[in-house]
Design a protein around this ligand. Sequence first.
Ligand SMILES: [Zn+2]
Length: 312
Amino acid sequence: MAHAFVLSDDSILCRQMPDGWWPLQVQLSPDSNDLSEQAYQVGHVTLHESLAPNHWLSDDSTGNDADDTVDANMAHSFTAHATSAMTYDYAVAHNMTLPIIAESSGNTFVPYRKLMTHLPVALSDQISQAIQLLSWQADTQFCSRCASPTVHADQGERAMVCPICRLRQYPRVQPCVITAITRSNPVTGEMQILLAHHHRHGQQNLPPMYGLIAGFVEVGESLEHAVVREVAEEVNIRVSDIRYVSSQPWPFPSNLMLGFRASYANGDIILQEDELAHADFFDLSNLPRIPPKGSIARDLIDQVAKEQNIDL
Ligand SMILES: [Zn+2]
């Protein structure tokens, strides 16, 4: 049985559950089961199953069939894999059966940023994939070389092909490096981490949010070079002992965050004032407000803290 997520830009149709918002998986009508037809229309993409740990499958393994009979058109048993994703506009244009969408009905569009703090990684990654593919598809309807309308490649290959000049446009991933830089407090010896507060995070009525130094990899440089350059540009210090930790897809719009650790080597912090409002080394026992769980920035900070037996 084919199921689809329903998206509107960076938001996904969700249902309020006791543990927060969860993506709804809309059951495609029987005559739309032929995805080989459906998938090649703008606004509808097929998804790969995420290979991340899919522990949401075993969390909720009872009563799935019963769930389906409660509401024949909705698959609100989250055990089903969504095999595709579509935009809300596509769903409406194709007369899909959708639930009532209003905050009061318990179903509404929720920004992905709010979901990633509590969804299992595999589900979160699948939604990230859906957001990126739908926006890639919307952005590649014309050939970027000769401006002719493009068509989907045959045989399930993810490419938009120009029928005139044969240019193939594939989904692109933009690599970004993000780095947790540590040192010992020069006075007390306590482990410290470099955190920076961006101007753009200063709009809310909350204490300022501090994150890690991050930036895009430029053409022609290695990931390690990008770490060194970004750190030097943003806070003017030198780092050593650069090592890769883990990565996270970040669909705003199609970044792949590559998480690194590094040690402070030398230099005084001088801010790149266009980007940063403040940056400093903070004792792990006395951190400012940091990014929420689910983000790679938080994972890196948590990893450093854990090594010092500190639970954040
Ligand atoms: Zn062309």
